[in-house]
Design a protein around this ligand. Structure first.
Ligand code: CP3
Length: 350
């Protein structure tokens, strides 16, 4: 057997090697649409328990692996998980998402934050990633993930999810000095956290800047992009071989800017036609995506057509097949199974 056969498909595609079919995984592939997850949630009602008790988080991460054998197995965790390790206490509430107990609004609060020491703050991450690597071997790629500085700052400042981002935008457009200090501190700790995930076994890491699409392109260049760059630069300095993926939700107006972030792969959401994304980005930028998660409510034939359409438009190089955002909790598991089965049986003409 050649060397390449021991390197899993997704990792090979992420590195830019030519592969026989696009690798496939699904954002939020572990979670509420799975009965196995809902059953386990009865036993462990707190999200922090489910994601921070190693045995439970390992089990949840592996539920979709056992059910569908995706080409990528993502760590079950959350983007806010490292925040308590910097002095930002939080909880994750059912149906609401993250809640920050004392939202960061003042200079003093920013001064009191401390750099993340993942080995002491997040020892469970080592156990989870190690176990995932051991379990999937070379049959799948283990993905780690983090939140980007702007998106984590949005939670830290707003105190919870928001529709308008009024508080952080008030800070950004009236007294941006405090916000820039916060973003910078977050960037340093996120870089440390990505390195730690890689050292613990993550083979590819995705950074979610979920709320950066709420910024105008001009403000994306001020509050999101420089800090994405900082994180990627710091990680590449020590871990140049690990592919890094960037996701921004609502990124249609930002694609060309995202391509300057230093990410190896860009996640494309479904508001952009994949053929347009390829045209706009050129053929040297690797892409991931980009089916509307709602497609999985359609018939099998419809799902199949949309997979084929996306794969055709993405071409036969540098594409990781995925939805354009997380799978929706109401999605029938049977359709998720069909999505993976269809994707794994594709033969892309070379
Ligand atoms: O892909 C995977 O399987 C890993 C799972 C994962 C979770 N959170 C688990 C989770 C990932 C990749 C995340 C990242 C995350 N968390 C993001 C970035 C991705 C994105 O959607 O843009 C964001 C913005 C968050 C913050 C957050 N945490 C939200 C918005 C929610 C959902 C609130 C709700 O209940 O609708 C959470 C909670 C959360 N994180 C859930 C899961 C499965 C749902 C709660 C539960 O299952 O009990």
């Amino acid at each position: 057997m050649g060397v390449s056969s021991t390197v899993p498909l997704l990792l090979r595609a992420a590195r830019g090697e030519k592969v026989d079919r696009p690798p496939v995984w699904m954002m939020r592939q572990a979670g509420r649409y799975m009965k196995a997850y809902r059953d386990l949630r009865e036993k462990y009602p707190s999200f922090r328990e489910r994601s921070e008790i190693p045995e439970v988080a390992i089990e949840v991460s592996l539920q979709p692996w056992r059910a569908f054998q995706p080409d990528g197995v993502i760590l079950f965790s959350d983007i806010v998980t490292p925040l308590p390790g910097m002095g930002i206490d939080m909880d994750i509430k059912e149906g609401k998402g993250p809640i920050i107990f004392s939202p960061i609004r003042t200079q003093q609060q920013v001064d009191e934050l401390h750099p993340l020491d993942p080995e002491t703050a997040l020892p469970f991450i080592r156990q989870i990633l190690g176990a995932l690597r051991q379990e999937v071997g070379s049959a799948s790629t283990v993905l780690g993930f983090v939140g980007a500085p702007w998106t984590l700052a949005a939670y830290a400042v707003e105190g919870k999810g928001s529709k308008t981002y009024s508080i952080i935008k008030n800070m950004a457009f009236s007294d941006s000095n405090i916000l820039h200090q916060l973003l910078d501190k977050l960037a340093e700790s996120i870089a440390v956290y990505i390195r730690y995930q890689i050292d613990c076994g993550a083979q590819v890491v995705q950074m979610f800047d979920s709320w950066a699409g709420q910024l105008s392109p001009q403000d994306y260049d001020i509050f999101a992009l420089p800090y994405q760059k900082k994180v990627f630069e710091l990680v590449k300095r020590t871990h140049p071989q690990t592919p890094l993926i960037l996701l921004v939700t609502g990124s249609a107006g930002l694609l060309e800017r995202m391509a300057t972030s230093g990410a190896d792969i860009l996640t494309i959401d479904w508001t952009v036609d994949m053929a347009d994304a390829r045209r706009r980005l050129g053929n040297n930028v690797k892409v991931q995506g980009n089916l509307d998660p709602g497609v999985l409510f359609g018939s099998k034939q419809f799902i199949r057509e949309r997979i084929l359409d996306t794969v055709r438009k993405a071409g036969n190089w540098g594409h990781i097949l995925n939805l354009g955002h997380g799978v929706l909790p109401e999605t029938p598991e049977e359709n998720v199974a069909f999505f993976f089965e269809t994707a794994k049986n594709l033969h892309v003409p070379v």
